[in-house]
Design a protein around this ligand. Structure first.
Ligand code: ADP
Length: 444
């Protein structure tokens, strides 16, 4: 309850008190003394309450007001009421700021709130990680004093914020950051910093991929075009030249076909949905077929081929994808091992996993090539692999297939001694022996 002390009330009270003092003064014939006593009393009473007010405001830690008399109680209550109101407002404001900050922290980008003179008002944790800002130490610091890059300073000066600025991170050279500035309110700015390293890498991979595919397809096409121009309808080349041209054209067409096939396989695997491991893959039967194909591929090379296959080791996965992985590794060993080599293919249970390994005693691969072998179009010896009809996509496909089957390709190679390509499918994909044995009996 708030009561207003009006001028009229004050005047009436003073007049009343003075009249009372004058009445007693007249009774005892001491009017001046009584008036003086009244003044001292009033001043004393006010000082007492001033003291209580001062103690409450500056020394007491209590929220509730002291007990006062008369109109002072109203003053105390009024102050108490205002204090409570402003406390409530402050609390609401603090909650609002906290909610804004929590929201800004949850964003996947770094956020820096800047005032109109480019000083930092606030930044989230990501801004500290990406741009190396320190909070709260950098509060009120100019942002261009902390991101010391001439391009960034020009970005602020020109204020052409409709395009984003891309810069190398001030913390590490391998990271590229994108700076975007948004203006809001009274010349306030919001700086948004985003890590675009992966995006840039993907863009580069896409550019390389298009360039590589174009290059790979152009080579055989140029050969075909050359021969076709040589033999127009009016002048066919002599028989031996035609024989050679025919062979080369056939080889080049096969290469182009293989390349397109592998590109399609790769894009099919990439576009495919997540693997559902409910398809049983009869790997021993699949490897028996691949063994026959390997023997016919081996006719010219005359390697000694040994297949050690566990007949009861079946897995779950995607048949076509696993076939492509097995086949690529076996074919590579045959292709890249010099004639008369020895190649061993193993499919066996190891520590509850299913291990596949192809070992050859070919020329091996130097360590600096090994780590790049699964990159698309990467070849150790361009000339030699082209001659074998290689596209440089085989191991990229194997890598993809294996990652979809929760595994990865292991390559051990020693130059002049040979190579071993292997992978292990995890226990959750391996079928228990009992299941595979009973399946075998029932199918027999
Ligand atoms: P390609 O289609 O050219 O065979 P891959 O991706 O299958 O492409 O292989 C990449 C490169 O790895 C090959 O060009 C070859 O140089 C090398 N390579 C693969 N397997 C072997 C192996 N068993 N021995 C030696 N080099 C190999």
């Amino acid at each position: 309850m708030r009561l207003l002390l009006s001028k009229r009330t004050i005047a009436l009270r003073l007049i009343g008190l003075a009249a009372l003092a004058l009445f007693f003064g007249w009774l005892f014939n001491l009017a001046t003394e009584f008036l003086l006593l009244l003044c001292v009393g009033i001043i004393g009473w006010h000082y007492k309450h001033l003291f209580l007010l001062d103690k409450w405001l500056w020394r007491d830690r209590k929220l509730s007001p002291p007990a006062g008399d008369g109109s002072w109680q109203q003053v105390f209550d009024g102050i108490y009421y205002r204090q409570r109101k402003s406390r409530k407002k402050n609390k609401e404001l603090r909650a609002l700021v906290r909610r804004f900050r929590d929201g800004a922290e949850a964003l996947p980008d770094a956020i820096v709130v800047l005032s109109n003179d480019w000083t930092i008002v606030w930044c989230n944790k990501l801004a500290q990680q990406l741009a190396g800002l320190r909070w709260p130490m950098d509060e009120r610091q100019r942002i261009d004093n902390l991101i010391r890059n001439p391009e960034f300073q020009q970005f602020l000066q020109l204020q052409q914020f409709d395009t984003a600025l891309e810069l190398v991170s001030p913390l590490t050279e391998d990271v590229t950051l994108e700076y975007r500035m948004l203006q809001y309110g009274e010349k306030q700015h919001l700086l948004i910093i985003r890590d675009i390293t992966q995006l840039k890498q993907l863009e580069q991979i896409r550019k390389d991929f298009v360039a590589n595919v174009s290059h790979e397809l152009r080579t055989p096409l140029t050969v075909l075009q050359g021969y076709l121009e040589m033999m127009d309808a009016s002048s066919m080349p002599p028989e031996p030249v035609w024989q050679k041209a025919h062979g080369v054209m056939l080889d080049q067409t096969k290469r182009m076909d293989a390349l397109v096939q592998q590109l399609l396989t790769l894009s099919r695997i990439e576009a495919a949905a997540k693997v559902h491991f409910d398809e049983v893959v009869d790997v021993p039967a699949m490897l028996a077929l691949l063994e026959q194909e390997a023997h016919s591929l081996n006719r010219d090379k005359q390697h000694q081929l040994v297949f050690r296959i566990d007949p009861d080791l079946k897995v779950t996965g995607i048949t076509e994808e696993l076939r492509s992985a097995f086949s690529n590794l076996i074919t590579n060993a045959i292709k890249y091992t010099p004639d008369g080599g020895s190649i061993e293919v193993v499919w066996q249970r190891e520590h509850q996993k299913a291990l596949f390994r192809v070992t050859d005693n070919g020329e091996g691969i130097a360590a600096h090539h090994v780590k790049r072998l699964t990159e698309r179009f990467y070849r150790v010896d361009e000339a030699r692999t082209r001659a074998t009809g290689g596209t440089g996509l085989g191991l990229a496909i194997v890598k993809h297939v294996l990652s979809r089957h929760h595994s990865r390709l292991m390559i051990f190679s020693e130059p002049k001694h040979g190579s071993s390509f292997s992978f292990a499918l995890p226990p959750e994909l391996v079928l228990p022996v009992a299941t595979t044995k009973s399946n075998r009996k029932s199918s027999a």
